[in-house]
Design a protein around this ligand. Sequence first.
Ligand code: NAG
Ligand code: NAG
Ligand code: NAG
Ligand code: NAG
Length: 238
Amino acid sequence: MLPISLLYFALTLYFLPYLCYANTELTVLMDIKASLDPDNRQLMSWTESGDPCSGLFIGVACNEQLKVANITLPGRGLTGKVPGSIAGLKRLSGLYLHYNSLTGEIPKEISGLTELSELYLNVNNLTGEIPAKIGNMTSLKVVELSNNQLTGHIPRTLGGLAMLQRLDLSFNRLGGPIPASIAKLSQLKFLDVQNNTLSGFVPTGKPTSNKPYVQIPVNCIRHHIRLHYALAWTSHIT
Ligand SMILES: *[C@@H]1O[C@H](CO)[C@@H](O)[C@H](O)[C@H]1NC(C)=O
Ligand SMILES: *[C@@H]1O[C@H](CO)[C@@H](O)[C@H](O)[C@H]1NC(C)=O
Ligand SMILES: *[C@@H]1O[C@H](CO)[C@@H](O)[C@H](O)[C@H]1NC(C)=O
Ligand SMILES: *[C@@H]1O[C@H](CO)[C@@H](O)[C@H](O)[C@H]1NC(C)=O
């Protein structure tokens, strides 16, 4: 017969992952809070003994499986860095942290959020480069990074975001060319890259009857490129 202690051990091992899993998202939220609201002024309702899906955690919405689905905290006076641990919120579909005073880099771990559909980090003080691994976030429909201090090149990997509809990188310090891969984004309806120090042309892909070939030199338009990709998009520009 199996000794009781061994049975107990086996049972513990069996249930341990579930116990841990239940607490993981709360741990991540507390980590986010420690980073973005160290003085506990905005996120007082996020407590270690609370339930993120109770509806009491300000800005947190859960899905039917009781996983955090949206974090909505625009204009809340948040500071500090977005922690890489945010990737632990595996079911996150919307991250709305615009109009705050976030600093530091966009953590490359964010690429683990493969169900994220809307990323709003615009109007903050984010620095560093846009992580190339953003190309792994294949659910992304909206990427709003305008009005930060992002540097480096626009990553070529953005061209892999097949569902992307809106890409706003305006008012940053991005340099180099707009990668040709952008032309692959067949769903893209809005692209704004104004007020950076980009060079070259706006890539438009191969000409078709709907999309005649145009070459728009980034420099000619200077800091003002606002393209509305649509069937008739060329008429907007020319
Ligand atoms: C998350 O936000 C999206 C977009 O606003 C919305 O459609 C969805 O219903 C939200 N999900 C939850 C669980 O609140
Ligand atoms: C960014 O930092 C600058 C300089 O510290 C500050 O003046 C500005 O208000 C900040 N912007 C945001 C959105 O926090
Ligand atoms: C993430 O993207 C990199 C290249 O950018 C690729 O090598 C890697 O396989 C991708 N990972 C997943 C899980 O898709
Ligand atoms: C572009 O940004 C710079 C620096 O932030 C600013 O001085 C300039 O006025 C902006 N240009 C336009 C056209 O908005």
